[in-house]
Ligand binder design. Structure first.
Ligand code: HEC
Ligand code: HEC
Ligand code: HEC
Ligand code: HEC
Ligand code: HEC
Ligand code: HEC
Length: 265
């Protein structure tokens, strides 16, 4: 046990060095600032900012993932899992696509609304908030108060928050999603790292399927055949396979021991 721990620590040090150097070519030799908990998972959408005088949009995962599954947005609504790849336009939203699937005045605030007194209230700035001093309705620190904590990312243990019903996730949008039967959950997988002494990973289908259904991972990220894809830790650090989510939105890869659990915890 002791030996395994030392082994693990050495590996961690060696790997962190390898990763910091290989993962970020332009910032070689520099320790980047770790994102603040309230910034982790925020996406700046700015395909149009240069062309028109509207500020870039800041999309907050922490608020939305506390209400909806990843699957709902990234499968049913068709959002890409790479910043700016979807190419959302204001007209799309007004046609009920993308943000407009919800920000339509029924589920969440619309771009603009008419008050009873006939006044128009514009909510543009709540989305187009980059570089502006906007007063939001939801504050990160108030919102996550009382949630179980974790060490990195949003510093929220989202699994526990969901288990303890601090958050309840919708996986269905009327008129958009298709009704589905409950999922048949696959067995957990043991993934064996190709380095001796590196603790094994137990991959839980059950826990992942709560957030991701099946379609978010199969076939695009992991294929469907057993070991259809061969990948290593470097691929993960670079944002592929497990890294498609763990790195930007789900807990980051800095938390080695949340994945490499076997023999260590
Ligand atoms: C309410 C909708 C919504 C939910 C729920 C949601 N996302 Fe996203 N996600 C988005 C949008 C919008 C973007 C930005 C897409 C773009 O810019 O084209 C995005 C981008 C991403 C990116 C790319 C980030 C980057 O910086 O490149 C990842 C990774 C991601 N999401 C993972 C997840 C995971 C994992 C979950 C569940 C824990 C999740 N998302 C839940 C809407 C959502
Ligand atoms: C629910 C969030 C949301 C609200 C509210 C919102 N927008 Fe947007 N808007 C977006 C997103 C997302 C984009 C795409 C951003 C990008 O990639 O640059 C966008 C793009 C735009 C663009 C870029 C050009 C184009 O036509 O797509 C303009 C102009 C714009 N919005 C104006 C407005 C105005 C004016 C309001 C208020 C009346 C408003 N938006 C309210 C989310 C929103
Ligand atoms: C699946 C439904 C859904 C989608 C898709 C969605 N939102 Fe939201 N959003 C919500 C809900 C629900 C809230 C919280 C209720 C409210 O504030 O009206 C919210 C709140 C927000 C807030 C918080 C504003 C504040 O004052 O705290 C912002 C900003 C926001 N959304 C931006 C976006 C942008 C930008 C997109 C698209 C890129 C988007 N949302 C897509 C459902 C959604
Ligand atoms: C977060 C990503 C993720 C989600 C969500 C997910 N899987 Fe998997 N799945 C994996 C990984 C990783 C493996 C192991 C792949 C490997 O062996 O390389 C796997 C393996 C499988 C295999 C095994 C192929 C084989 O013969 O070993 C099947 C079948 C499968 N998943 C079905 C499902 C079903 C059904 C769901 C929904 C209930 C689901 N998966 C959800 C990531 C995921
Ligand atoms: C499609 C997105 C996605 C992919 C791909 C993915 N995960 Fe996750 N994973 C999540 C989300 C979302 C959570 C919930 C916790 C969070 O968001 O921090 C999670 C949680 C976990 C947990 C915590 C479960 C627990 O027992 O508490 C582990 C461990 C984990 N992932 C390992 C992996 C491994 C290993 C892979 C690759 C084989 C992988 N994940 C691929 C989205 C993903
Ligand atoms: C999101 C889950 C996850 C996290 C977090 C994670 N790993 Fe891994 N790691 C994996 C998986 C899955 C494999 C196995 C890949 C395979 O061979 O199938 C792996 C393999 C490895 C290997 C074996 C060699 C290789 O390149 O495949 C080493 C060493 C390793 N990880 C080190 C680390 C270190 C150090 C950290 C923390 C800085 C870390 N890992 C964080 C999932 C994770």
């Amino acid at each position: 046990m002791k030996l395994a721990r030392i082994h693990f620590l050495l590996l961690v040090i060696a790997l962190v060095i390898a990763v910091v150097s290989a993962g970020s070519a332009q910032t070689f030799g520099v320790k980047k600032r770790t994102p603040r908990p309230d910034e982790y998972g925020n996406v700046v959408m700015n395909n149009h900012a240069a062309r028109v005088d509207s500020n870039p949009v800041v999309f907050t995962h922490w608020l939305h993932r506390a209400k909806y599954t990843c699957r709902l947005c990234h499968v049913d609504l068709g959002f890409a899992m790479t910043a700016n790849e979807t190419g959302v336009s204001e007209q799309d939203n007004r046609n009920g696509l993308y943000c407009g699937s919800c920000h339509n005045g029924t589920i969440a605030f619309p771009p603009e609304e008419l008050t009873e007194g006939g006044k128009t209230i514009k909510h543009c700035d709540r989305c187009h908030s980059q570089g502006k001093d906007v007063e939001f309705e939801h504050d990160f620190y108030d919102f996550v108060r009382g949630f179980a904590r974790s060490r990195f990312g949003n510093r929220v243990d989202w699994m526990k928050a969901e288990d303890e019903e601090m958050i309840v996730l919708a996986d269905y949008l009327e008129g958009i999603s298709v009704e589905r039967d409950d999922l048949m959950i696959e067995e957990d997988r043991q993934l064996q790292p190709k380095v001796a002494g590196m603790p094994k990973i137990i991959f839980s289908h059950e826990k992942h399927s709560v957030w991701n259904g099946c379609e978010l991972c199969h076939p695009q990220i992991f294929g469907v055949r057993e070991r259809a894809q061969v990948y290593d830790m470097q691929d993960i650090f670079e944002g592929r396979f497990c890294g498609a989510c763990h790195g930007d939105v789900a807990f980051p890869t800095t938390d080695c021991r949340l994945c490499h659990t076997e023999d260590v915890r």
